[in-house]
Design a protein around this ligand. Structure first.
Ligand code: PLP
Length: 429
């Protein structure tokens, strides 16, 4: 029912005008509706009936052997637009663990952790996360956004300083905004600038360098070895956000710190359970025990928000079990990434970043990125174009994300479609 009154009418006019501005600026974000599980193949709602036997109105390709775990989808759009890096969100054991946790522990706790919201599975998962990252302790949050919102304010005071990469994720930026420490922003991955800022920050009691381990728009990896050397030289701590690294970077999937051999030099890790680790939801901080103890006392998103639902805990816990049992899944990622990057480069495309399954196909022009992404979908490949203000002006791209459960055939089909679409729209000669 629409609210009446002058104020409500004024609000509606203001909102409609703002929405119009967003449309006018070409930055409107629309959502494609998925009508299946999220596997390497999926079905989209409302795109014309297909041959895969999916629901009427779904959009799909003719049947192909499907290597994914989502057996209910015999074929479909090939999905290159998911943070489901290891394909675990549709893994049968992960799904079974969620169902078992739901049945045993119920739908949820209706409460925050310290009132009536801690079950044995929450403690087990925290212990498992700490063991996975080889840290002293861990604390769960409803999301990594919350973990980032909660850490800086709890840890840093006006006597301290935080030094943040200018391209850090929005949740790190927001978390830093909430704290009263002195703020320094260094140029993206620029070690000279970081050193200059560290020198300036010597006057403060404590210095914390904060960076994404892997940057999701460019697929580039923070120079953690150099950051840790500078941190050592200028007596600073290092914080990394590992949302786009946990589970698959490094020989055992521990993340950027393992990949670059600095596991003992990074003090604090925040990461998500909502990407490679089962893809459901949830986030965490792992690090020194006194820090985790302090967060349980002081961190506002932890203190004032509901406990993670048991089914979500069950998914993440099983995903970690699978990764700790064997590094085969984590390792399969690197070969797939390499296949896509080298074939696309050979075809004449420029792929940003290095060695990361986020493979941005750089196109420059926003319209080109958008029409090419749409045309890729017409050929059964789900990718998304990114343009300003999500990425800088003139740096529009299509971001491709490789998953360990893509088959070589999936990857080759993607490259083939890019080559055709690129030629059609003038991105390739
Ligand atoms: N940090 C980074 C680098 C991310 O990419 C994201 C999610 O997009 C987040 C934090 C937030 O994670 P979550 O979805 O668990 O809130």
């Amino acid at each position: 029912r629409a609210a009446s009154g002058a104020a409500a009418a004024q609000l509606r006019r203001r909102l409609e005008s703002e929405l119009e501005d967003i449309r006018g600026a070409g930055t409107w974000k629309s959502e494609r509706v998925i009508a299946s599980r999220q596997g390497p193949h999926l079905r989209l709602a409302g795109g014309g009936a297909g041959a895969c036997g999916g629901e009427e109105g779904s959009r799909c390709l003719p049947p192909v052997p499907c290597p994914c775990f989502s057996l209910s989808v015999p074929a479909g759009i090939i999905n290159f637009c998911a943070n489901n890096y290891l394909g675990l969100s549709s893994h049968p054991e992960v799904i079974r663990a969620a169902v078992e946790a739901l049945e045993k522990f119920g739908a949820g706790l209706s409460s925050v952790r310290f009132i009536c919201g801690t079950q044995s599975i929450h403690k087990d998962l925290e212990e498992k996360i700490a063991r996975f990252h080889q840290r002293e302790d861990a604390i769960l949050y409803a999301s990594c956004f919350d973990a980032n919102a909660g850490i800086f304010e709890a840890l840093l005071t006006p006597e301290d300083a935080v030094l943040s990469d200018e391209l850090n994720h929005a949740s790190i930026i927001d978390g830093i905004r909430l704290c009263k420490a002195n703020k320094y922003r260094y140029k993206h991955m620029d070690m000279q600038d970081l050193e200059a800022k560290l020198k300036e920050a010597q006057k403060h009691r404590l210095r914390l360098v904060a960076t994404d381990g892997a940057f999701s728009m460019d697929g580039d990896i923070a120079p953690l070895r150099e950051i840790c050397q500078l941190a050592h030289k200028y007596d600073a701590l290092v914080f990394i956000d590992e949302c786009h690294a946990t589970g698959f970077l490094g020989p055992n999937g521990r993340g950027t710190d393992e990949l670059l051999g600095v596991m003992d030099k990074v003090t604090i890790i925040n990461s998500t359970l909502g990407k490679a680790l089962g893809g459901a939801a949830g986030g965490y901080t792992t690090g020194p025990k006194p820090l985790i103890d302090l967060l349980r006392q002081r961190s506002r998103p932890y203190l004032f928000s509901n406990s993670l639902p048991p089914a979500v805990v069950g998914c993440a816990s099983k995903a970690l079990d699978l990764l700790m049992e064997s590094n085969a899944i984590a390792q399969s990622m690197a070969a797939k990434t390499q296949r896509f990057r080298s074939k696309m480069t050979a075809a004449g495309f420029t792929i940003s970043g290095k060695d990361h399954p986020i493979c941005p196909v750089m196109l420059g022009d926003a319209r080109l990125a958008s029409v090419m992404a749409e045309d890729m979908l017409n050929r059964g490949i789900y990718v998304i174009g990114f343009s300003y203000p999500v990425v800088p002006k003139g740096k529009a791209r299509i971001r491709v994300q490789i998953s360990a459960v893509h088959s070589d055939e999936d990857i080759d089909r993607c490259v083939h479609a890019f080559t055709e679409v690129g030629r059609k729209h003038g991105a390739l000669p």
